[in-house]
Design a protein around this ligand. Sequence first.
Ligand SMILES: C[S@@+](CC[C@H](N)C(=O)[O-])C[C@H]1O[C@@H](n2cnc3c(N)ncnc32)[C@H](O)[C@@H]1O
Length: 384
Amino acid sequence: MILIARTLYGLEEVLAGELREIGAEEIRTANRAVIFKGNKRLLYRANYLSRTALAVLMQISEFSIKTKDDLYRNCMGIDWDRFLKQDQTFAVSSVVNSRIFSHSGYPALVVKDAVADWFRKKSGKRPSVDTSDPHVIINLHISGSLVNISLDSSGAPLYKRGYRRASTQAPLNEVLAAGIIKLSGWDPSSDFLDPMCGSGTLPVEAALMACSIPPGKFRDSFGFMKWPGYDPGLFEEILKESEKKVSLPKMNISGSDISGEAVKKAQINVRTAGLEEVVRIRKADFRELKAEGDSGFIVMNPPYGERLKPEALNELYSMIGSALKHNFPGYKAWIISSDKEAMKQIGLKPAKKFKVYNGPLECVLAGYNMYQGSRRKEEVKSKK
Ligand SMILES: C[S@@+](CC[C@H](N)C(=O)[O-])C[C@H]1O[C@@H](n2cnc3c(N)ncnc32)[C@H](O)[C@@H]1O
């Protein structure tokens, strides 16, 4: 099987690493995607275990076209009853970037017609289209003259983990939160703190990683469960194998927020994920927070511009910089923000930076090292 895991911009390498650990072979990264080879077992595992995939697609056909008619003709050549039964429903989702089609919605209609005509010709009956809850989602990707047809094995996107019952304003996408934590290089033997935790996405994702709890554990279903040939025994085996690896972490994982409302919501989400023993959430203004150890990781997603005036935003980011410097010596801090001007107010030099997107917003994820004493002293110490 050729499998394609879709992800967010900037997380391709992280996802490739995860898939390698899950057992993928012949891995190659593309724009917002990782392509790899595998079998049914790997398809189930990638859906259940990968923290940074948005969806896992199984390629069913790849071909080149010169005209609109070529798309229909090639689709009629696919053996559709391997993937869909005539009494099932289907939908076609498409991403089209091609001069052959002036209207981007049109190619999906061509594929729908081809699927319907293929079944009608074969048996006189055809599967119906259902865009809200189809049994099978056919994914059409056209780039120039190259057409890729695949099935979406995930169904609802994989960032919909199922533990987020309560939401504050601007919560992070769970896949982005997991990706940020992986990019930060957090090693789950260090303490983890998100001092502006909102609905708690970052501490929950960190705790899931630290406990080796599969991100798919809270979902009721995956798209592949409705496919002809679904193997529930195999899926059950994967569940059992991963259950054996779950363990309680030794480090502290915590979140705090200035808003009592956010704290309540984060606590609900922590409870829904079954992590009350692992994640501590409390109400605190970051300005007054002090480190509880000599080292650790801070990963935070402060408010960005939309709801705050520029002066208030600059003041907030400048406070973040000075609180990090004075109250968290020995820590590594990672901040994601779309506001490059406000980021300058932090007043610390990032040791590392990544470009990521939070929805449509281009963001920087910047990493800072807070030294005990001055940086010079730290360097002298490490040379001794
Ligand atoms: C963008 S939201 C974080 C969203 C969060 N990552 C999530 O996934 O839900 C920013 C949060 O920072 C909090 N905040 C703003 N100023 C703060 C301060 N001085 N101390 C602590 N939290 C603060 C806000 O209450 C808000 O919940």
